[in-house]
Design a protein around this ligand. Sequence first.
Ligand SMILES: Cc1ncc(COP(=O)(O)O)c(C=O)c1O
Length: 386
Amino acid sequence: MLPTKAADAKLTTSTCRTPAIITSDTISKVLRQVRAQNLLECKLPTDAPVALFYDLDVFDDTLDRLKEAFGPRFYHCIAVKSCSHGPILRDVYRRHGVGVEAASMGEVMLGLEAGFEPSQMVFDSPCKTHRELAWALEQRIPCNLDNFAELGRAATIMQELGRAEGAGDASTLVGLRVNPLVGAGTIAALSVSTADSKFGIPLSDLDAILAAYEAHPWLNSVHVHVGSGGMATAVLLAGVKAVVGVAEAVNARWRARLATDEAFAATHAGRPSQVHCLDIGGGLPVNYWSDSAECSEPQEVVSFGAYAEELRAEVPALFLDPATEGGSFTRVITEYGQSATAKAGFLVSEVEFVKGPPERPIFMAHFGADTNVRQVQQLHTIIRHS
Ligand SMILES: Cc1ncc(COP(=O)(O)O)c(C=O)c1O
């Protein structure tokens, strides 16, 4: 257990060598130790009686299971929004060979400070400024573009960088985020695959998507993030399947051009597919309701292993090695957040005040304004975090 409080005291790990999850029992034990060691004591007016705990054994175990489930051809980028603590990110970097998914420039900076190379991250902000995008592309940070206007900016920048032709430059990953229109999960606000979703280019614009890939040979990846939490396995799988279809359509056109246009074939010699990376996002739900990793009620939560197995059955193309099995994708990226981190850590806060009527008490605690913002803002729709 690693508390992040100023004192940074180390609690005993003897009770939690390699458990798969942190249980309520473990949390109770830690809380007793927090009390006994007075870890939330505030000495300065700027101290807050709040601490974030991780069980590094559980985190290790979770990441090991993630890597094992999907196999060596998948590259896992942990969503920084689910774990933005520098020392933990550094630890992840040093020991696990996974990357980070950054939803903002601040998260990119956290990743770089933690030691990740630009190529080990993926920058997904749907609202990048021109400068952010230019800098990220110059640094060769893999980027996913949210919309056609952002694609236009990227095209200008690639021109300025002398990389517009994309010849021999397929290694810097740039993708379009596609909204597969596969429907919502149980949390409407966090479902981003509906027709009125705020993110990505809807699959209904397929012709424009294909034309964009044709016009910009440096586009070499396709991105999807179906939604967060509350997503049924079938919806996640349908989303991934839909964007693999997009990648295959792009690659079919690419191959046709290679076969018919000699100059094009000469420029892109050694690049049999345009899209050689698929980024399948995050979205696997977490069991917030009981002391086990999986559950079927109130919603289906499956293990990484079970999900990977279904993915293998539904979308085998993702698992085929281009060198030996005729696959198209040299890299498949995942961006798991909650499912990679939620059962490995917890927040503790002193409750400062309890107010309101007994049937609906309100607890005033020290996180919420800058941690768990989403949960606080969406109190009535959000999943229960026990
Ligand atoms: C683009 C993207 N990738 C990954 C994630 C992580 O999602 P989850 O925590 O549900 O795995 C999110 C969450 O909002 C996201 O927007």
